[in-house]
Design a protein around this ligand. Structure first.
Ligand SMILES: Nc1nc2c(c(=O)[nH]1)N(C=O)[C@@H](CNc1ccc(C(=O)N[C@@H](CCC(=O)O)C(=O)O)cc1)CN2
Ligand SMILES: Nc1ncnc2c1ncn2[C@@H]1O[C@H](COP(=O)(O)OP(=O)(O)OP(=O)(O)O)[C@@H](O)[C@H]1O
Length: 274
């Protein structure tokens, strides 16, 4: 949702992100320096709660627990796990051969698995890969995946997550993956918790589940091969099977990359193991 907000005397448009049970109005902030290692400055928030049903409460409780575990993770261990996960991806045949992919821009303040090395590799001209990254449009869990060709194409949104502006430096609309003529082969997904049956707990915005179900439908209509859905996970984020509450719109992942290796879940993921 775009809201006009008065900031130091001038009116600026800011994207205000809404989680399903909570409307959060972020105080305007000046964009920080562009960096993968951005930190979140939490603004004071106005909060509006609506009644919950049980399963969403269970999800919320689990999110809080995992966020706490992530915050208490030793930074050295975290950095080692970031390297291990990214090295596994960079060496994987399914990554090397992939031509078009969607990936998230990691936010260290959210304790997300770092994607900076992977993205740097993808954006080298020699790899000739086409990259799409998320941009929250904030209407009905609406997120688009837009094409970028340089890290400098990104600016911080109200949550301090880097994302592309809809227009590039020449004023041309960036390509939206939903309007592309060719399919993506791979999606690298963030998340708070995962299990080895393919369940994924996101941050509660419904952005990824909504996007994934729409993209899967598009691929079905066009007779395209479905993209591999591969989530990146610290060891502490892999929970016992069945512990993650499930709601009807949850989309299952194909595989996990954790510091201890690639964990295939679906037949599609088994097929790509050398
Ligand atoms: N790096 C990255 N980019 C992404 C996502 C993501 O999870 N990671 N998204 C995936 O959807 C979308 C953005 N959705 C987001 C949803 C919540 C929060 C967030 O900061 N949540 C806080 C709690 C906020 C609150 O409850 O008011 C948190 O998780 O601590 C960030 C992004 C698109 N881009
Ligand atoms: N395909 C969809 N279409 C419409 N709404 C959806 C869809 N998927 C999820 N939602 C809605 O999004 C909200 C959040 O869902 P949920 O708690 O499962 O999110 P999440 O999996 O944690 O987040 P994300 O999908 O962003 O990673 C719910 O209200 C859910 O109904």
């Amino acid at each position: 949702m775009l809201r006009k907000v008065r900031s130091h005397g001038s009116v600026v448009q800011r994207v205000v992100m809404m989680t399903p049970r909570q409307c959060t109005i972020a105080k305007p902030q000046f964009p920080p320096a562009f960096s993968f290692f951005n930190t979140i400055v939490r603004p004071p928030v106005a909060t509006m709660n609506t009644p919950d049903d049980g399963i969403f409460t269970q999800k919320r409780v689990l999110r809080s627990k995992v966020k706490k575990d992530l915050r208490s993770m030793d930074p050295v261990l975290r950095s080692q796990q970031d390297d291990a996960i990214q090295n596994l991806i960079l060496e994987a045949p399914w990554f090397k051969s992939c031509k078009r992919l969607c990936a998230y821009i990691s936010c260290s303040a959210l304790r997300e698995v770092d994607t900076s090395k992977v993205l740097q590799n993808v954006l080298q001209k020699e790899t000739a890969k086409i990259l799409y990254v998320p941009r929250v449009e904030d209407k009905n869990c609406h997120m688009r995946m837009l094409n970028i060709s340089r890290i400098d194409d990104l600016i911080a949104n109200s949550m301090n997550i880097l994302e592309p502006a809809p227009l590039d430096a020449h004023g041309n609309a960036r390509q939206d993956v939903m309007l592309a003529d060719e399919p993506i082969d791979l999606l690298l997904l963030p998340g708070l918790a995962f299990d080895k049956t393919g369940r994924r707990l996101g941050r509660g915005g419904g952005y990824y589940d909504t996007f994934l179900s729409k993209y899967q439908e598009l691929a079905r209509q066009r007779n395209w091969k479905q993209p591999l859905l591969i989530a990146l996970s610290y060891s502490v984020q892999i929970l016992e099977d069945g512990v993650i509450p499930l709601t009807p719109s949850d989309v299952f992942i194909d595989a996990l990359v954790s510091p201890s290796g690639f964990i295939p879940i679906t037949p599609a993921a088994q097929e790509i193991i050398p």
